[in-house]
Design a protein around this ligand. Structure first.
Ligand SMILES: [Zn+2]
Ligand SMILES: [Zn+2]
Length: 268
């Protein structure tokens, strides 16, 4: 091979490397199983097929999938929401919390790689299209600074950034503040959970004027009992926010004897 041919081949490779970025050195791999795929930041077809989206019919207020549309009233709310309305206006979830969604969220929580948030954020944006209204603020459920130091980042904030970027909305990653570390909430009664969360979450005073009269999309990775989201919603409403919409990556469908590692994922 002549020197000229070698040189042109090398420069073509370098051009390709610049265009494709890191993909030349590390070929795109499925975020879950590592199988080689065409485009980075996605799942392979096999893993994707195991993700369960929250499809119709679901309760518009708590995002819980329903077995039939007859389980919902004319407003699209389930019986539980009619009897015990949550403080937020509506809730949307991208996925049902099962094994694949759990694996995805665990990696988001513990692996220091933002592509998990970008992936989930895109599907959350699609699921929450009707609640991500123009002018809304996107605010994550906060973690206590002690936990933030242990983990280095708040996974809900990464999701909030990703959703806000897709929806072209303003994100206030530190709009809410967790004043104290709270205990595990699953397995306790509703009253106990409320007591545990009482006063634990407040709006950062610097943002009160920004939030007044605005709609807020509150973002979290999971919706389980809703105790944490309720505490956030109440703090936002007290600060003068017009309405709160909850947007999560995965909705937990609580079933007896089905524990997909909630104790690891549930936000303390
Ligand atoms: Zn895969
Ligand atoms: Zn409901």
């Amino acid at each position: 091979m002549s020197r000229h041919v070698v040189w042109s081949k090398l420069s073509a490779l370098a051009r390709k490397a610049t265009l494709a970025g890191i993909d030349v050195i590390f070929p795109p791999a499925c975020l879950l199983c590592g199988e080689e795929i065409q485009q980075s930041g996605l799942l392979c077809a096999g893993c994707f097929a195991h993700l369960v989206s929250v499809g119709q019919p679901f309760c518009v207020r708590c995002a819980l999938p329903q077995s039939s549309a007859e389980c919902l009233n004319a407003e699209g709310e389930c019986l539980e929401c009619v009897q015990h309305p949550p403080p937020w206006h509506a809730a949307r979830s991208a996925f049902v919390y099962e094994k694949t969604a759990r694996d995805l969220l665990l990696r988001l929580k513990y692996a220091d790689r933002p592509e998990y948030a970008s992936f989930a954020g895109r599907y959350m944006w699609q699921a929450g299209e009707d609640v991500l209204r123009q002018g809304s603020l996107v605010i994550p459920v906060p973690v206590h600074k002690k936990r933030l130091m242990e983990r280095r980042y708040n996974q809900a904030a990464l999701l909030a950034w990703a959703v806000a970027r897709c929806a072209k909305l303003r994100c206030l990653p530190d709009g809410l503040e967790r004043r104290r570390v709270t205990g595990r909430l699953a397995g306790f009664t509703k009253a106990e959970r409320q007591q545990e969360m009482e006063g634990a979450i407040t709006v950062r005073s610097a943002y009160v004027s920004d939030m007044a009269g605005r709609d807020v999309v509150l973002v979290d990775d999971l919706l389980t009992t809703g105790a944490t989201a309720s505490a956030c919603t109440k703090a936002l409403l007290q600060a003068g926010v017009r309405s709160v919409f909850l947007l999560v990556a995965a909705r937990v469908v609580l079933q007896k004897n089905a524990d997909f590692g909630l104790s690891i994922l549930e936000d303390e």
